[in-house]
Ligand binder design. Structure first.
Ligand code: PLP
Length: 404
């Protein structure tokens, strides 16, 4: 059965459900899961052409797979980029980007508030190979500008940040990068293309941890890079083929189906998060709330412009406490008093997750580094899910209402 050709100019919600490779001869309506490591070639000549890259066609699972291709096409359609390439995890995508773009003697400028493993990968692992990185303020564009050198190849940003939700100006950083002949990559994990499309604002590459909102139900690990075909096909394709940070077809299928509900999940989770953030601001046990959707957020206007008027689904807050020990005890009391929320290291799940960054994600930093990053002992991060808002508030109030 011939597949219908999708018309141009479809809305993003439609692309999220419809973009994929064409269905097989069986006419399946839900995209098929191709669990196969190899692909049978019709004859030796065709195999030779496919391995030489002069003819399209699947050969071996490390290089590509139809289910992975469907995920890549759908994500690229949502981000508004020419192409995308899957990776085994979000960190696998960042590794692929760095391997593809950087060599000894190159320089990177990167926000110092990036995801912890990203800081370690670039600042420590790639430093071993002679790639130098300058870490700068998330929000001060002048600091980014001052850090640029003649050998700067890449500016790498993430917005909003984890856990304090600081927002950087993607368009301003894109101008800066291009003025210096460098590329701008943006980790779009927190907002997803449902809220924020960095490529439309000038970013060259968009990085994803598919593990988070793209899957959306905390099931599988996945990652991706979105960008122009000349980089995805010519630069990153060969890296994944030789280095093997390949996205598994099963995980690609789960995330592909997750993309179908991304828009409505993000809307509902952002609405819950805004309600939680506003409510937290009224609680006597709370000293400060960090959420881009609140007027009190230092980059509120920028966030609303850049993120389709939404704050995202991660809310952080400081509980009261006169010193670090009291603040930590109070934070632990709030976390331990929950009976619905999950104490877990993840985000972007339909289940609301509560964490204490100071002793988990940022636990390995020294106290001085933690203070420089603004991570106090009273800080709690809530990645808001899809439970009823009154149940989420009641669960937080169990501890907040009984602080001594
Ligand atoms: C989780 C995360 C990553 C890494 O993704 P994995 O799939 O866990 O490897 C990268 N960036 C951000 C912002 C993240 O939250």
């Amino acid at each position: 059965m011939a597949n219908k050709q999708l018309p141009d100019n479809l809305h993003r919600d439609t692309l999220a459900v419809r973009v994929a490779l064409e269905s097989s001869q069986y006419g399946e309506n839900s995209e098929a899961l191709f669990l196969t490591s190899g692909f049978v070639q019709p004859d030796a000549e065709t195999a030779a052409r496919r391995f030489a890259g002069t003819e399209d066609g699947y050969t071996y699972g490390r290089t590509s797979n139809p289910t992975v291709s469907s995920f890549e096409r759908r994500l690229a359609a949502l981000e508004g980029t020419e192409a995308a390439i899957g990776a085994s995890t979000g960190m696998g995508a960042i590794l692929m980007m760095c391997m593809g773009l950087l060599k000894t003697g190159d320089h990177v400028v990167c926000s110092r508030s990036m995801f912890g493993s990203t800081l370690t990968l670039i600042g420590r692992e790639f430093a071993k190979f002679g790639v130098e990185t300058t870490f700068v303020s998330q929000t001060d564009v002048a600091e980014w500008k001052a850090a640029i050198k003649p050998n700067t190849k890449l500016l790498f940003a993430e917005t909003p940040t984890n856990p304090l939700t600081d927002v950087c100006d993607i368009a301003a950083l894109a101008d800066l990068a291009h003025g210096a002949g460098a590329l701008l990559a943006v980790d779009n994990c927190f907002c997803t293309p449902a809220l924020q499309r960095p490529a439309e604002l000038g970013a060259d590459l968009v990085i994803h941890s598919g593990t988070k909102y793209l899957d959306g139900q905390g099931r599988v690990m996945a990652g991706a890079i979105c960008g122009p075909s000349k980089l995805i096909v010519d630069v990153f394709g060969p890296v994944v083929r030789t280095a093997g940070m390949t996205l598994s077809p099963f995980n690609a299928w789960v995330v592909l189906k997750g993309l179908e509900t991304l828009g409505i999940r993000m809307q509902a989770q952002c609405a819950n998060a805004l309600a939680v953030a506003r409510w937290l601001e009224t609680q006597p046990g709370v000293a400060r709330v960090y959420y881009p959707g609140l007027a009190s957020h230092p980059q509120h206007d920028l966030a609303m412009r850049q993120q389709s008027g939404q704050g995202g689904a991660v809310v952080s807050f400081d509980v009261v406490g006169n010193d670090a020990d009291t603040a930590r005890a109070n934070a632990f009391h709030v976390i331990n008093s929950t009976r619905v929320l999950s104490i877990a290291t993840n985000l972007g799940d339909t289940k609301t997750i509560i964490t204490h960054p100071g002793t988990t994600s940022h636990g390995r930093l020294t106290e001085v580094q933690r203070q420089a990053a603004g991570i106090g002992q009273g800080l709690i991060r809530v990645a808001v899910g899809l439970e009823h808002i009154e149940d989420i508030k009641a669960d937080l109030l169990r501890g907040l209402g009984t602080l001594t």
